[in-house]
Design a protein around this ligand. Structure first.
Ligand code: NCD
Length: 447
């Protein structure tokens, strides 16, 4: 494990006061211009006039003018790769949590495709210990479904849960063997753990570089057909229905999966799903310049898929937004397209990318907030951040009008693999509180 320490987050034992802020928490039906008072890590008051003259004048108080800002419950990410242990040159728990804090997150669920794979209690425990040492947003390990993510022997899921795992997944690899998937769903349901599937029939995607369609033919790159995702989702939904287990689909990318999910939910199957910001905003046309930052798994698809994903997110067929933050260094990305590793970073880009969808009218703001807070928390059984009075302060302050250019030098992630570098965006996270503490503060001049 790496020994770098991030700067320790500032304790909120002093008073933090946010005045005249638009506070939005759909879980409690809140969308109003109010004051927030945060004392000793708790949101003690939230209401019109809550920041009295006396409170503002306290010498302990840091007063932030919320004029023009939004206060949201801080976010929960269901899907990040923080690469520790084993690939700390790409990211580590300290840099990954710093990126999460800058992105507005209070909770980050981390995938087990580390080196070694998080398939045993000791690795889960080590990750949690390192995260506690670092401070910042809370890290929640996701344990592997199968030992070494090899798709054969199930992990000791009860032990992983006992150590702190919130779900199981072989993400990066699909559990393709139907008998193994059946046993995984049965076993995980004993511990009430959701099984998160990376839906990809690897036999259909061998050598694939991008979405299979007209553009892959034109570019001469081997394609990853939609149906490679759809067949796994269809099979798993039948298994989950037969077993009555909790099943979650990671990074949904195809219109076929959306249709299957909608039908299954209508039948009452216990299924949930997530979509990434990049699958909501980019198509396979981004690959035309052979930019390896656009090589991602599952691949960027066509406009019809993007439209279906947006509609499914808006109507709740897709429950949550998850980043699939997948850092890779220049070693894996500054190379030929066919040699590049798939993945792009995302923790710091959720607000600037997705507020665009709200402005376009493609996504109601309340649904966006729900998909980043209550919905993902429910899937992994965490208490959702909320703006309810008395709650632990887990809050994200957003400036929806701040326009800036995404620059590598300003990203906290160790890796800079995103096709959005150089893009001018509107919408910025200005402050994040997690676990009652300020973990990111752009008002201090770093913004
Ligand atoms: C993931 C990674 O890099 O760990 N990459 C990605 O493109 N999503 C793993 C994976 O799902 O291939």
């Amino acid at each position: 494990m790496s020994s770098t320490r991030s700067p320790s987050p500032r304790a909120a034992s002093r008073l933090l006061v946010v005045t005249d802020v638009r506070a939005i928490d759909p879980a409690i039906g809140l969308d109003a211009l109010i004051d927030l008072v945060i004392e000793d890590g708790l949101l003690t008051r939230a209401g019109v006039g809550a920041a009295t003259a006396e409170i503002r004048a306290s010498e302990r108080a840091q007063v932030v003018s919320g004029s023009g800002l939004w206060a949201l419950p801080a976010f929960v990410d269901l899907h990040a790769h923080l690469r520790e242990p084993g690939q700390e040159y790409k990211e580590d728990i300290a840099s990954g949590l710093a990126a999460a804090a800058a992105g507005g997150f209070a909770h980050v669920c981390v995938m087990p495709n580390t080196r070694p794979v998080n398939d045993t209690r000791s690795i889960t425990v080590a990750m949690l210990a390192r995260a506690r040492e670092v401070g910042g947003p809370a890290l929640h390990p996701i344990g592997a479904i199968t030992m070494g993510q090899k798709g054969a022997e199930l992990t000791e899921m009860g032990d992983l849960k006992d150590a702190g795992a919130v779900a199981v997944s072989d993400d990066g690899r699909c559990v393709t063997n139907s008998a193994v998937m059946r046993r995984a769903l049965e076993y995980a349901s004993n511990f009430d753990l959701p099984v998160i599937q990376h839906a990809e029939d690897h036999a259909l995607t061998e050598g694939a570089q991008m979405h299979e369609g007209a553009l892959s033919t034109r570019l001469g790159l081997r394609g990853w057909p939609r149906v490679a995702e759809d067949v796994i989702v269809a099979r798993d939904l039948l298994l989950a229905e037969a077993i009555g287990a909790r099943y979650h689909v990671a990074h949904v990318s195809s219109l076929g999966s959306v249709r299957l999910l909608r039908e299954a939910k209508a039948r009452g199957v216990k299924v949930s799903a997530e979509v990434t910001p990049h699958h909501l905003t980019l198509t396979d046309a981004s690959v035309l310049g052979y930019d390896t930052a656009c090589k991602v798994n599952p691949p960027l698809r066509e406009q019809a898929d993007v439209d279906a994903l947006r509609a499914a997110l808006a109507d709740g067929t897709i429950d949550a937004i998850a980043t699939d933050h997948a850092p890779h260094s220049s070693l894996e990305k500054d190379c030929e397209f066919a040699e590049a590793s798939p993945g792009m970073i995302g923790l710091e880009l959720v607000v600037p990318l997705l507020l665009g969808l709200v402005r376009e009218g493609a996504l109601p703001l309340a649904r966006l907030v729900d998909a980043l807070t209550r919905a993902p928390a429910r899937i992994v059984g965490l208490a959702a951040p909320t703006l309810r009075e008395g709650a632990t302060a887990e809050i994200c302050l957003v400036d929806p009008a701040r326009t800036y250019t995404i620059e590598a030098a300003r990203l906290r992630s160790k890796s800079k693999n995103t096709p959005f570098l150089g893009r001018t965006v509107t919408g910025a996270v200005r402050m994040t509180l997690a676990g009652g503490r300020v973990v990111f503060d752009a008002f201090g001049g770093e913004g």
